[in-house]
Design a protein around this ligand. Structure first.
Ligand code: UD1
Length: 370
């Protein structure tokens, strides 16, 4: 079985790492069966050392076999750049499968290319829906899932969404949450991180903040309102805020000034283990990231998600997540600060073994269609 595994942006890297590991294990143990020939493609959607390289190093991901260097641009230009660079690769290599993860532009771009060339597609993290088409990721999810052949879902709600959209049952497989594989494998290293000392904070003595969605950072009034709440919060509880390049750019565009020192600690994006360490030890997390909603649920740390909806409803119904907005934020923060016990439960199949189920599902689908 010959496959291309696609990674493009920061949240993809922790999803491909366990899949690569699981394939290596399968190949080492394959006696009578053929090995899986897997090539790793980096689209280059994210390219900064802190947005890409650090994750390859920390997660032990091997050098990509192909780097498409697509870079940043508008959605159409970025998607087109990935597609035009990926197509010749597919024509040249003619893989049996293209495997995509998550919901970023690279996920959709490579799916479109493979589909038109008649190459089978597996989508890991299929079926998540925010039902909010103003989110670019929702468009990516819808397009990817309507085209993909094998839909590997993280939770029962995702399977239900796919069924409702008319996907035949045999294409849907509940495999669990791939992010949690990297989390479970990475906890010992995260616990050895020196980031709390380095930033001068202690266990449960700070809020961990990450924000990068266009809906929060691209509008001046919204971003100013959020920054005002964070400034006010930091007078009682230090705020650790590693900043995505998009957010930093907008603060500068809007002339919103942030002192580099003081209890509102704005810094460069952090690596994977430092982020996990900051999550596990925070009093609470404030975020608009999909991954952090899941990581806080697994670690049972209160999470406020600054969005009107989430494509990960299991983090609300089972986990420790709650949706908020800039107006409600001070009240929601006060509520969380008054709380002391760990929150929520870990959803089923968030067990660190999803990558093995992904590989098993791929092998079964491959032999069924040969
Ligand atoms: C992308 C994903 C989003 C994911 C996020 C994680 C899409 C539509 N969005 O959003 O789902 O949650 O990644 O970070 O695919 N930039 C840099 N260095 C980089 C990458 C980007 O400076 O390495 C800057 C560029 O100015 C760029 C901007 O960040 O224009 C946005 O990057 P882009 O990949 O378009 O989207 P993200 O906001 O990162």
């Amino acid at each position: 079985m010959r496959m291309l595994l696609i990674a493009g942006a920061r949240p993809n890297f922790m999803k491909v790492a366990p899949i690569l590991r699981s394939i290596e294990t399968f190949n080492r143990q394959a006696k009578d069966s053929q090995p899986i020939e897997c090539r790793l493609v980096h689209t280059g959607q994210h390219y900064d050392a802190q947005m890409s390289d650090v994750f390859f190093q920390e997660l032990g991901i091997r050098e990509p076999d192909f780097h498409l260097a697509a870079g940043s641009a508008s959605h159409a230009v970025q998607t087109a750049a990935i597609m035009t660079r990926f197509e010749p690769l597919c024509l040249d290599l003619r893989p049996d499968w293209v495997v995509v993860v998550g919901d970023v532009n690279s996920t959709m771009a490579c799916t479109l290319v493979a589909a038109k060339l008649g190459i089978r597609i597996a989508h890991v993290e299929a079926g998540l829906r925010s039902f909010d088409r103003t989110m670019p990721e929702e468009i990516n999810r819808l397009v990817t899932d309507v085209i993909a052949d094998l839909l590997l879902a993280p939770s029962p709600d995702a399977c239900e969404n796919l069924r409702r959209e008319g996907v035949p049952e045999h294409r849907i497989i509940l495999v669990g949450n791939i992010m949690i594989d990297s989390l479970v494998a990475g906890l010992p290293r995260a616990r050895a991180s020196g980031i709390l000392r380095e930033k001068g904070v202690s266990k449960a003595g700070y809020a961990y903040v990450t924000l990068h969605r266009p809906s929060n950072v691209d509008d001046q009034t919204t971003l100013s309102a959020i920054m005002r709440v964070l400034k006010c919060l930091s007078e009682n509880l230090p705020v650790v805020f590693p900043m995505h390049p998009r957010t930093r750019q907008r603060l500068s565009d809007f002339g919103i000034l942030c002192a580099p020192t003081g209890p509102l600690k704005i810094m460069e994006p952090v690596g994977y283990y430092d982020s996990l360490c900051l999550t596990e030890n925070a009093k609470f997390v404030l975020t608009d990231s999909g991954g952090l909603q899941e990581e806080t649920t697994y670690l049972r740390i209160p999470c406020l998600t600054l969005r009107p909806n989430t494509e990960r409803p299991v983090t609300l119904t089972v986990g420790s997540n709650r949706l908020t907005n800039p107006a409600k934020l001070p009240e929601d923060i006060a509520h969380i600060l008054a709380q002391h016990s760990p929150m929520g439960q870990i959803p089923p199949l968030w067990d660190g073994k999803t990558a093995d189920r992904v590989v098993e599902a791929l092998l079964a689908a491959h032999s069924a269609q040969k």
